[in-house]
Design a binder for this molecule. Structure first.
Ligand code: GRF
Length: 209
């Protein structure tokens, strides 16, 4: 049984997609053991509590220094004894020690087809604003392993989504979430839970179905 720690900052729709997938069996052999948020008002926490999942808030505001905050975040994560850490809309840069302790065992969902529209400052609506500004015909979402960079780790899954002439950033964000994020994040977790994902020289291999 793969022990999942899910880290969130916002509405938790990706967390909900994972919870729903576990419930309906499209994710097998995995269990969310804890949800951590850096924001006490994150609705994702309500979703977790409603499902009886342990939650913890580690907020920068509660600590006198970045070091103390990062130490607390590291401690909260390690205490969960996760096999896999899932960043589902988590908007805090992970402590270096945490990334190093979980090489190729932390995944992130990013709302674009990496390497487009990613990196420092590219999160939330900004990603979709830039995609519309550039006039791309396709955008989408990417699930990737987290490394020491920003949105730069080995890519696991991607899913493309059509951009429409009439799209606003909000409409596009919603379509990317519905048609891509909420599908490939649970799918990636299921593949990892089944031991079908491996990484060599920075490239991901997914073993046969
Ligand atoms: C989503 O746009 C996701 O792509 C990004 O964070 C946003 C919030 O997601 N990673 P959620 O509703 O909190 O899962």
């Amino acid at each position: 049984m793969l022990r999942l720690l899910v880290m969130v900052s916002g509405g938790g729709t990706n967390l909900q997609a994972i919870m729903d997938a576990i419930k309906e069996g499209s994710i097998e052999d995995a269990k969310i053991v804890k949800v951590i948020s850096n924001r006490k008002d994150a609705y994702a926490l309500e979703r977790a509590k409603n499902a009886g999942i342990e939650t913890e808030v580690v907020s920068r505001k509660d600590f006198g220094s970045v070091e103390d905050f990062e130490e607390a975040l590291l401690g909260a994560a390690l205490e969960a004894k996760p096999d896999l850490i899932v960043l589902a809309g988590f908007l805090v840069v992970l402590p270096k020690k945490l990334v190093e302790s979980f090489e190729n065992r932390i995944i992130n969902i990013h709302p674009s087809l990496i390497p487009s529209f990613c990196g420092k400052g590219f999160y939330g609506l900004k990603v979709h604003e830039e995609a519309l500004k550039r006039g791309v015909r396709l955008t989408g979402a990417t699930v990737h392993f987290v490394d020491s960079g920003c949105d730069s780790g080995p890519i696991i899954l991607q899913k493309a989504v059509e951009v429409k002439e009439t799209d606003t950033p909000e409409i596009l964000q919603r379509r990317v979430m519905e048609q891509a994020e909420w599908k490939i994040l649970p799918e990636a977790i299921n593949l990892i839970a089944k031991g079908r994902v491996s990484v060599r020289n920075g490239r991901v291999t997914i073993a046969g179905g």
